[in-house]
Each structure stands twice: as structure tokens, then as C-alpha cells.
Design a binder for this molecule. Structure first.
Ligand code: ZN
Length: 141
């Protein structure tokens, strides 16, 4: 069995963003030399997500509005986390991450990511302005 590990790094200049990382994962798969197996892709931070959905700007705007409705960033005083954790203002980002998920697992078939027609892999940032990592781990043969 082959095993492959890679970290993808991001420094998002805004507080929140959705980034299509499908081609980064495809590149990692090519590097791995694996043709049959599984790929795990997970955010290594508790205020960021990895999820699969459509690469459609309207949908991403809907996510942004829906997540702000669920867990508005302001006023930051509404979150107990911000009061407890010294100088933090990211209480909303922890909640948004929970909703959008930590990781995805994608099947590898015939050397390709076995995604549905409209499925793309995204990095969801909810507390940007700093360097963050995504782990790609692949196993198979
Ligand atoms: Zn925090």
C-alpha cells in the first residue's frame, strides 16, 4: 500500500473566503502515484473548513449570507468564546467551521478523483489574515 501526505498552505487576505482547491488535490494525487484508494482532505485549523459543493458564485454568496445569519461576526461581544479566550474575536468562525465541516473523503479510481459531475473541493476560511494549512492524505495502490 502506498501512502502520501501533503500540506496545502493558505493566507487569505479577507476574514472569510471560499477557495476551490480541487486542482491542488488533483496535483497531490498525481504526485502520489496512487490509482486506487482514498483521499482525505481536512482543515488543520478550528476556524476553517473543507467541503464539497458546486463552484457557483451565487451559491457561495448564499453560504456567506446564511452563515452570517446563523452566526453573525458582529457584535463580537455576543460570543462567550470571545470573552473567555484572551483578545479573540472569532467566536463566529468556530461555529461557521462546525456547520461547513472539517474534512472530505474522496474515492480515487483509475488515478482520478472520483467526484460527481458538479462536485468540487473547497477550502472555507472564516478567520483569515494568517497562514493556515490543509492536510491531504492519500492511501491506496
Ligand atoms: Zn477562537
Amino acid at each position: 500500500m502506498k501512502s502520501y501526505r501533503k500540506e496545502l498552505w493558505f493566507e487569505v487576505p479577507t476574514r472569510r473566503a471560499f477557495i476551490n482547491i480541487t486542482s491542488d488535490v488533483e496535483r497531490a494525487l498525481a504526485e502520489s502515484g496512487i490509482s486506487e484508494g482514498l483521499a482525505l482532505v481536512n482543515a488543520m485549523h478550528i476556524t476553517a473548513s473543507v467541503f464539497i459543493n458546486d463552484d457557483e458564485p451565487g451559491l457561495h454568496e448564499d453560504y456567506e449570507r446564511w452563515l452570517e445569519w446563523l452566526a453573525p461576526h458582529e457584535p463580537v461581544s455576543r460570543y462567550r468564546h470571545n470573552a473567555n479566550a484572551a483578545r479573540e474575536d472569532n467566536g463566529d468562525a468556530h461555529l461557521k467551521r462546525q456547520v461547513m465541516g472539517r474534512e472530505v473523503v474522496v474515492a480515487i479510481t483509475a488515478g482520478l478523483l472520483d467526484l460527481g459531475t458538479w462536485e468540487r473541493i473547497f477550502y472555507g476560511e472564516f478567520d483569515g489574515h494568517r497562514r493556515k494549512r490543509v492536510l491531504v492524505k492519500m492511501i491506496g495502490e
